[in-house]
Design a protein around this ligand. Structure first.
Ligand SMILES: *Cc1c(COP(=O)(O)O)cnc(C)c1O
Length: 364
């Protein structure tokens, strides 16, 4: 049996009629940017995320970038980021002219280690961007405590974690503000690019609203040098449909993760660990193996497709060559060991069994 890593066409099949209707509604309206679908989605997603403001933007990278701009973070400033994350977390900082300062993750959770944050703070540090990687919430209480003691802004990168909870509270509501992404493969994905800023801070929300739309609130009047980064009407309409299914889909992900964890306990490697504070939404189910490459080849040969998230940590990417980053042993070790198993709400029970049997049949 072949198991695809992700099959979005299949995920959308049962809701195709509703998506088609959303398309018809927007197409017929003739209004494609900054209209009623966006406003409605923003209210709905703010309510879902348990925050006062949601501002739809072009993508997840822009959500983080516009937030850093709204906080006036720029050249000479430092922003603490996890060493183990998707490159966008770092690029948002670099795009502002500020410097990403990496902090290593906990090996067990793959998320930023709060115990190492304090040592990375300098007089130039302005903000911390914890990432809820793979849909697992980062340990926010100690991070918020360190931030408040040092006068730092906390911006959550919630791109992989829509719906996850930390001690009962939704991610995206835990810091000063958050950025999220609706890239198609995310737990809440558009049918194209999209992103959003979430915040309880009305002043920051207004600044982001200004920045995403050419620095303009009155048409053709530009008070600040803004950007063009808006979530369009078509994507907002699709996201309104998909938001209705997000909890159901996240629950199916949780069920799949529970089966994986139960059946893979004896496997020679390690399976994800879930701390008491976390109610994760399993954007990815990431296992680790000392024999990762052989293991991936073994699964490939059996028709099980897997992906490595991520093979090269940001500080080792060509775009940061010459930036003087030193060895980050944990991030580099994870890059050698991690492997993401198929994870999607539409996986069938037979496909899950095939994944489990293939994993168990690996002999190093
Ligand atoms: C996907 C992702 C982003 C960026 O989102 P885009 O919409 O692709 O720009 C940022 N951070 C993390 C952790 C992501 O996974």
């Amino acid at each position: 049996m072949k198991v695809q890593f992700l099959n979005l066409a299949r995920l959308h099949q049962p809701i195709r009629k509703q998506l088609d209707e959303a398309y018809q509604r927007v197409m017929q309206s003739g209004w494609f940017v900054m209209g009623p679908e966006l406003s409605a989605f923003e209210s709905e997603f703010a309510a879902y995320s348990e925050v006062r403001n949601c501002i739809g933007v072009g993508n997840g990278l822009e959500a983080l970038h516009l937030l850093l701009r709204a906080y006036q973070i720029g050249p000479g400033d430092e922003v603490i980021v996890p060493s183990n994350t998707f490159i966008a977390t770092w690029l948002a900082v670099s795009q502002c002219g500020a410097t990403p300062v990496p902090v290593e993750p906990l090996m067990e959770t793959h998320n930023i280690d709060p115990a190492l944050v304090e040592a990375a703070i300098t007089p130039r540090t302005r903000a911390i961007i914890p990432v809820h990687l793979y849909g697992q919430p980062a340990d926010m209480d100690p991070i918020n405590e360190i931030a408040s003691r040092n006068g730092l802004i906390v911006i959550e990168d919630a791109a992989q974690a829509q719906g996850a909870r930390y001690k009962g509270r939704k991610v995206g509501s835990l810091g000063h503000a958050a950025g999220t992404s609706f890239y198609p493969g995310k737990n809440l994905g558009a049918l194209g690019d999209g992103g959003a800023v979430l915040t309880n801070d009305d002043v920051i929300a207004d600044k982001v609203r200004l920045l995403r739309n050419y620095g303009s609130t009155i048409k053709y009047q530009h008070d600040v040098a803004g950007y063009n980064s808006r979530l369009d009407e078509m994507q907002a309409a699709f996201l309104r449909i998909k938001l209705k299914f997000l909890d159901e889909w996240n629950n199916r992900r949780k069920a799949i993760a529970a089966i994986y964890s139960q059946c893979l306990g004896g496997f020679d490697g390690s399976i994800p660990c879930v701390p008491d504070y976390a109610d994760p939404v399993w954007h990815l189910y990431v296992i680790r193996s000392d024999y990762r490459d052989e293991f991936k080849a073994h699964l490939d040969a059996l028709g099980i497709s897997t992906v490595i998230h991520y093979p090269i940590p940001p500080h080792r990417q060509g775009c940061y060559a010459g930036s003087g980053y030193k060895t980050l042993a944990i991030a580099e070790c994870l890059a050698r060991q991690v492997l993401s198993l198929p994870m999607s709400p539409d996986l069938s029970d037979a496909e899950i069994d095939a994944v489990i049997n293939s994993v168990k049949s690996f002999r190093k």
